[in-house]
Design a binder for this molecule. Structure first.
Ligand code: SF4
Length: 368
């Protein structure tokens, strides 16, 4: 019989289980505390639990974490962690320590069905949703990596910008966010947990009611026709509907809603595009992250050149819209948005020897 994964149990389910085993209900919350705050997935080490209950925990639940398949360290100190799930699928998270924070970019799905044209993950299609436990496991594994790196800090910021559309896996993402925000568990500030969506309008509305997280929108164009070409989701939920919902969204941060805007040379980066963007943002408290397009195989699209990017940024700045340029971290190790997992997926289609050679080359390259 398949055992339920310990990280997939809600607090209520844990309490009920404890009571059914003749223990106090509050022990249920402490079990989650062991896994999240104390980073411990070995129930035999739960010192405040009786010996017999520890044994019952060990035999009744699955305590395994996804296997770390590969860790690639970038020149900029970020690390791509490629994870292999129990059913042999690949997903990934990216650990990005900086001076005053440790950000973890997490995945919410294996692949993605939103099919954005500029995104490597979009080309994979959706394999399956990750469970809340598989999402939370990424934080536990990232905290373990920090320990291995002799970094005393722990993950402080979460961004749902890895593989997948988080709001396409709504219940699991919300459940994971609740554990992240709970001060007894991961205790992350609501300003520091950001859910980024391509624009699933009804789910944005619902998210605002369910959990107080920061919101980011992958916008990339403020022109309906162009956005529909780049992001099929826009055909179903055009900009006017998106904006209406955003105007009602309970904003959690000082800067309001973050808009991600991938700058693609000659596609969405003219002053005309900037004008449309300003018009779209009118009335919203907004910050725009300008992200130079990540190069990836199979696309002819390239990043906007720096001068053009500065003009675009200046146009927004002069209209009181903060627009920092954000370079995706870890590009040298394919750490930017879905690159490594899809690379590994393609690799697995090759013969074993070819895989071995490719891995060796990757390892050698990573040491250059
Ligand atoms: S940009 Fe995000 S929503 Fe679009 S295909 Fe990529 S992962 Fe999915």
């Amino acid at each position: 019989m398949t055992r339920i994964h310990a990280l997939n149990m809600s607090e209520t389910a844990w309490k009920e289980w404890c009571v059914s085993e003749g223990a106090k209900a509050f022990l249920g919350s402490q079990i989650i505390e062991w896994m999240t705050r104390k980073n411990c997935m070995d129930p035999m080490a739960f010192s405040n639990v009786s010996q017999s209950l520890r044994a019952r925990l060990a035999e009744s639940f699955d305590w395994s974490l996804p296997a770390v398949d590969t860790v690639l360290q970038s020149d900029d100190q970020s690390e791509k962690i490629l994870l292999k799930t129990h059913d042999n699928l690949f997903t990934e998270c990216v650990l990005m320590p900086s001076e005053n924070r440790v950000t973890l970019c997490v995945s919410s799905q294996v692949g993605c069905r939103m099919a954005c044209t500029f995104c490597q993950t979009g080309k994979m299609g959706l394999s399956r949703n990750l469970t809340r436990g598989e999402i939370l496991a990424q934080i536990i594994l990232a905290n373990r990596r920090l320990i291995e790196r002799n970094d005393e800090r722990r993950v402080t910021n979460i961004v749902f910008m890895g593989m997948g559309e988080p709001l396409d896996n709504f219940d699991e993402v919300v459940a994971a966010c609740e554990v992240m925000l709970d001060e007894r568990f991961f205790a992350l500030s609501k300003h520091r947990v950001t859910v980024s969506t391509s624009g699933l309008v009804p789910a944005i509305e619902e998210l605002g009611k369910r959990v107080p997280v920061s919101l980011a929108i992958s916008l990339h164009s403020a022109d309906d026709e162009q956005r529909s070409g780049m992001m099929p989701v826009n055909k179903k939920y055009p900009l006017s509907e998106l904006k209406e919902t955003l105007l009602r969204y309970p904003v959690q941060t000082r800067h309001g809603i973050t808009f991600e805007y991938v700058m693609i040379n000659g596609v969405n980066d003219s002053i005309q595009h900037a004008k449309k963007l300003v018009k779209f943002l009118h009335g919203l408290k907004a910050k725009v992250n300008l992200i130079p397009m990540n190069p990836h195989p199979g696309t002819t699209m390239v990043a906007t050149d720096p001068e053009r990017m500065r003009d675009f940024q200046k146009y927004l700045g002069e209209r009181s819209i903060p627009a920092p340029v954000r370079y995706s971290r870890g590009q040298d190790v394919s750490a930017a948005c879905g690159q490594l997992a899809s690379k590994r997926k393609n690799e697995l289609a090759l013969a074993p020897r070819t895989v071995a050679l490719a891995r060796r080359k990757e390892w050698l390259d990573s040491r250059k």
